[in-house]
Write a protein that binds this ligand. Sequence first.
Ligand code: TK8
Length: 363
Amino acid sequence: MFKKLLMLAIVVLLVVTVMVGCGLGAMDAEDAQDDPKEDVADNDNATETDDDKKEPAEDAIVIKISNGINDKHPAYIGQKKFEEIVEEQTDGRYDIQVYHSAQLGDDIKATQDVRMGNLEMVCTSSSPLTGMSKELMVFDLPFLFASEEIADKVLDGPIGDKIGKTLEDKNLVNLAYFENGFRQLTNSKREVKTPDDVKGLKIRTMENPIHLAAWKAIGANPTPMPFSEVFTAMQQETIDGQENPIPTIYLQKFYEVQDYTSLTKHVYTPFLVLINKDLWESFSEEDQEIFINAVNEARDLERELNRQMNSDLVDELRNEGMTVTELSAEQIKAFQEKCAPVYDKFADQIGKELVDEVLEATK
Ligand code: TK8
């Protein structure tokens, strides 16, 4: 009996190994063929050669999407899903091209390009765009959302809609909210459990006034910086730490230059999926509907993958040698109390009514 079981276990193991091997191999091959860097070199002539994919027509409308994180991140995978659906459902009348790793610029630059019509779309964190819409700042209030489910409810409901629309007079239409997610603190100096431990640490923040104020209030020495510069700044030790969701910390290999992660969960950042408004309005209603359905399907996949990675990758960070510290509810509360004054400080700027409305919706 035991022998039989052992044999069965070995067979199952072999089959799984082969399946995983094939799967990864196929993915690598696809990545190599589809390397957006080559697209950049080729200029507008993307060389996509996947056989099973709908080929965009010669005269297809090219839609480039920029995002700042690498091609392992759920945001990129979600955008590739979007590409697949749109190209398939429009019979290749659109040629969607996804560019990762800030090849087309960091969030602010890429979004400015979309506004001006030099780029079609961007998937960007909301936080660096508060110069274009002060209402977006509401999402930067620390400890605003207690869970992903609450974030979904607010973002996908009338409030998220209303906030997205504030970008329309900047020539931008928000098609959906993807998830960047709950942010966690990393640094190279020491294990952080209390605001005291943060004292004097040079922490990179996004280019956002609330994040700056919150980290100052906690006791850090915050410095804003575009995302693509963060790894080098940590490597050269011009900063001690940064804060981002677990998938980013892992996929960007921040563990190579940071020793400590604290699960502070101090703020939730959404991604906006923005398209140039003039371009959007030039689409037929049918095409707009295809885009919206595609982006919603992509969003659901993106969030699902992101949440999976959020829980799976904590152990992977530990495997890479990082000390990952879970904070007790009380310890979290100490951080929350330190930065609570930013609510009052920024309420007028954001719009008091909106802040109250969002707070009400998070209950
Ligand atoms: C990537 C950024 C990133 C954000 C940051 O372009 O800047 O730290 O969390 O995801 O949007």
